[in-house]
Design a protein around this ligand. Structure first.
Ligand SMILES: [Ca+2]
Ligand SMILES: [Ca+2]
Ligand SMILES: [Ca+2]
Length: 241
């Protein structure tokens, strides 16, 4: 993560807290639309998945990196609107990605390897028959193509199919819950990804009532602006030295 990104996140965290004091009892959590950046390395198990935070109204994207051939990143997200939920790395990476959605406990929901025959990047489309049926917390995962999720006895969690298929859960496996990844891939690459999202929000922030959410967003905005300017001045000053 860049120094500027760290500085801005630190400022956002500090001033989101200040905004809460300002808003007082009207709201319980910071609330602003935005992006989540992988902090360190997101884990590859239910217990070590990274909770996206601070985006109670909308989470528009998740940025991170697959820093080894076997790196898998799982994020806890909140599906706000199951009919509108989508996730894609198309246009957000040059790697041969796969995307997975699991329930919070690790049961498979749906996955995709290649969005279509013209790309190696992946899409979990909105309105798909395999898509999430209800709002709530889910695990969103990204790995290199071929590094597939399995259960405790190494059964594939998702049904087989074409690389371009949107695939639902495998049938007749027990237990149908994530225990690890195969660790194999034919994609000899590492690098950054950006997952664009719709119908989703940060997981760790409480979803506010619309009126209190607006108040919190306004308070955060009013507090963050001066700090952002200060951060930019610091950056400019540092780079001038
Ligand atoms: Ca990672
Ligand atoms: Ca990881
Ligand atoms: Ca792919």
């Amino acid at each position: 993560m860049s120094k500027l990104a760290r500085t801005l996140r630190s400022a956002l965290t500090r001033h989101a807290a200040a905004a809460l004091v300002t808003v007082g009892a009207l709201t319980a959590a910071p609330a602003f639309a935005g992006a989540w950046s992988e902090s360190g390395d997101a884990g590859d198990t239910q217990a070590t998945a990274q909770w996206t935070a601070g985006n109670a109204l909308s989470l528009s994207s998740i940025g991170g990196a697959l820093s080894s051939l076997t790196d898998v990143d799982l994020y806890v997200i909140r599906v706000l609107n199951p009919a509108l939920f989508s996730a894609t790395t198309v246009g957000g990476s040059i790697m041969d990605t796969q995307l997975f959605l699991f329930t919070l406990s690790g049961a498979p929901v749906y996955m995709n390897d290649d969005a279509d025959g013209s790309t190696f990047q992946s899409s979990l489309p909105a309105g798909d028959a395999f898509g999430p049926a209800s709002a709530g917390l889910y695990l969103l995962g990204v790995s290199l193509s071929g590094n597939d999720p399995v259960n405790a006895v190494n059964d594939f969690l998702f049904a087989g199919g074409l690389l371009t298929d949107v695939r639902g859960p495998a049938t007749s496996i027990q237990p149908a819950v994530l225990a690890g990844f195969t660790g194999g891939t034919w994609a000899d690459e590492q690098g950054e990804y950006s997952i664009q999202l719709s119908g989703a929000a940060g997981a760790a922030a409480a979803v506010p009532e619309p009126a209190t959410g607006l108040l919190a967003a306004l308070a955060v905005g009013l507090c963050v602006l001066p700090s952002s300017r200060k951060s930019r001045r610091k950056e400019a000053s540092a780079s001038a030295q």
